[in-house]
Design a protein around this ligand. Structure first.
Ligand code: ATP
Length: 617
């Protein structure tokens, strides 16, 4: 669909609103630490007062020397002691400032990390479908780190520079206005240059961040799919892709480095020019007798105290530019509306599933489900059949509210699905996916994930029903064997069966096997289905499978195609009429016969060929 100018203007406004809302959330977290920040800023103010008192001591001592006072030694010694004491006091308060600012920033960032992570957990699947994982990881790690640095050092530093200027300028003016003009003439230029620079590099910082996100995505996809990359000999292609992203990142970092170097060089030049102006101009005024040597030292020392932090403000502002970008990026995630939270129903969730005129689209042109109506009685075992893309998994996604539909209805027992609390609903379902996710934990921990209070007997009984107990007993550490990241130490079939045990241990009202026996052989599949039937009690079971030999065990079979129901009934009913189910059954039967025939031929031919080849050599 073409986007109009008003659409994109609406999008821009939406993005801006979201960023502003997110920024408010981040600032709320910071506000929670205001007492610690107040303490840090107070310590900074006290330390700065000591620091700004040092030039006064130096002025008194210098003037005493210039005048050749009688108690010269006394004045000089006390000035020296004062300088050491005041500098030490400044050091002590700087330590307190750093400590309290670190406590405040760590507290705020801990809250931020927690809020971000728990928010990501509550964001709808639609958001995660479109989100770039590498980019999200970057927002949760390096963007949060940028905010931490900003809160730990830059907030207080900006306050310090403001205070230094607010105190030093009136002191200078109270001493001599001409010297003040000389001492401050380049300061506005230095600050203006810093501000301009900060604006210019802001976009560059954004580009560097985005590029780093792309780099992380490539890396993350590669590491998670390393086996696929190897299996398809795609290493060179992937290395080149990484090289390209790496080069793009390097170029942007390089541009940033050059911009920063130019800034430092120019601002250094301005700072030294400013100091030179005070030294030369002040010296001239002293020779003219218009100011005392002590005043000259005071100006020089005051300027030296404020000019480096003022010059550093460019860096601080540049970094705070980076931090505002990071805050906006984090804010965008925080402003995404999370899944709704409905009240938990008083009675346990169960009963018949009634689906009426259900239409759902992932946002593509073609709906994944199109006016689907069917019902599943409580305790029934049904099979969903259909070609790839028919909408079988989509129906399961809707049943456990991974996505919400807009048209049609689903009732579970008396409740409309969208009124049921998601956690309570998912608790009532045991869903086993084709490629289940296992954690790098022990077998037992993987099984009890949905029901951590399960006893050993319950774990073993579920493992028996899933036909995996024998395998687990054969492992060196039995149920305490660690399965490796994503279950890499297990075969595909073992992973699937472990996931079935995991679903069964919850004793759910609804069990869904979404093509989750595809990696086990037919005999094992039949054994598992029989064991499930024995345990099944009042449980409703939804079976998605491609082998008709297993789906025929279901009470009823639903045949879907292109999101629509095309046939429904028992195996016998469907076989009794001419239609897609009977055609599928006959086709699969003849394919299996052909396969059996080919295998028989191959096994009988192999020894003969081996013998004749042995005779030839
Ligand atoms: P299979 O037997 O291959 O698992 P299926 O019958 O389970 O297929 P679904 O996974 O439900 O099919 O997919 C139905 C349609 O929805 C397909 O056209 C698919 O491309 C699309 N689809 C599925 N998941 C998404 C998603 N997250 N985003 C966009 N489109 C999707």
């Amino acid at each position: 669909m073409a986007t109009t100018a008003s659409d994109s203007a609406d999008d821009d406004t939406g993005d801006r609103d979201r960023a502003a809302q997110g920024r408010r959330m981040v600032w709320d977290l910071i506000r929670g630490q205001r007492l610690r920040y107040a303490a840090a800023i107070t310590a900074m103010a006290v330390g700065t007062t000591f620091l700004l008192s040092v030039p006064y001591l130096l002025k008194r001592a210098t003037d005493a020397i210039a005048r050749g006072d009688a108690d010269l030694m006394h004045t000089v010694v006390w000035a020296a002691v004062g300088v050491v004491a005041f500098t030490a006091a400044d050091g002590f308060f700087t330590y307190l400032r750093g400590r309290w600012a670190a406590q405040a920033s760590e507290g705020a960032v801990r809250g931020l990390r927690h809020q971000l992570y728990s928010h990501l957990e509550r964001l709808p699947c639609r958001y995660h479908d479109q989100a770039d994982t590498g980019d999200l990881v970057q927002r949760c790690s390096s963007d949060v780190e940028t905010v931490r640095v900003f809160l730990a050092a830059q907030v207080v530093e900006i306050a310090r520079v403001s205070l230094l200027l607010a105190v030093a300028v009136p002191i200078m003016l109270s001493q001599d206005w001409r010297m003040s003009l000389l001492a401050l003439c380049l300061v506005p230029v230095i600050v203006a240059m810093a501000l301009l620079f900060f604006r210019k590099v802001r976009r560059l910082f954004e580009q560097v961040d985005e590029s780093e996100g792309r780099l992380t995505t490539v890396l993350q996809e590669n590491l998670t799919g390393i086996r696929v990359v190897r299996a398809f000999a795609q290493q060179d292609h992937e290395i080149n892709k990484f090289l390209e992203r790496n080069g793009e990142f390097r170029d942007l970092e390089y541009r940033l480095f050059i911009a920063m170097s130019n800034y430092w060089t120019t601002s250094d030049l301005l700072v030294f020019t400013q100091i030179g102006i005070v030294l030369v101009g002040g010296g001239f005024f002293v020779v003219q007798g218009q100011i005392s040597p002590g005043t000259w030292v005071l100006f020089w020392w005051l300027l030296r105290t404020i000019i480096w932090p003022v010059r550093h403000i460019g860096r601080v502002l540049a970094d705070s530019g980076k931090a505002t970008v990071a805050i906006d990026r984090i804010g965008e995630v925080l402003a995404e509306p999370p899944e709704s939270v409905e009240a938990v129903p008083a009675e346990p969730i169960g009963g018949a599933i009634t689906i009426e005129n259900l239409t759902f689209s992932y946002g593509n042109d073609r709906p994944a489900l199109d006016g689907l109506s069917l019902n599943i009685a409580e305790g029934e075992t049904v099979a969903l059949l259909g070609p790839p893309g028919a909408g079988k998994s989509t129906l399961i996604n809707l049943l456990v509210r991974l996505y919400d539909y807009e048209q049609g209805s689903i009732h579970v027992g008396p409740h409309e699905l969208r009124t049921i609390n998601r956690d309570a609903l998912r608790d009532a379902f045991g869903v086993v996916l084709q490629d289940p996710f296992l954690y790098s934990k022990t077998v037992r921990e993987n099984i009890v994930i949905g029901h951590t209070a399960a006893s050993d007997a319950e774990v073993e009984s579920s493992a028996h029903a899933a036909d995996i107990h024998g395998n687990i007993s054969g492992f060196a550490d039995g149920y305490d064997t660690v399965v490796g990241e994503r279950g890499v130490t297990l075969s595909g079939g073992q992973r699937q069966r472990l996931a079935i045990a995991r679903a069964l241990v919850k004793d759910p009202a609804f069990l869904v096997l979404d093509d989750s026996l595809s990696a086990v052989d037919t005999k094992t599949e039949a054994r598992i289905l029989r064991a499930l039937a024995r345990r099944h009690g009042n449980r409703t079971t939804i079976l998605i499978a491609h082998r008709l030999s297993s789906t025929r065990l279901a009470d009823r079979i639903f045949l879907l195609d292109q999101g629509r129901l095309v046939q429904a009934g028992t195996h016998d009913e469907l076989m009794a009429v001419e239609g897609p189910y009977r055609r599928l059954w006959n086709l699969q039967g003849s394919l299996e016969d052909d396969l059996r025939h080919d295998l028989a031929e191959a096994t009988s031919a192999t020894p003969r060929r081996a013998v004749s080849e042995a005779q030839r050599t």
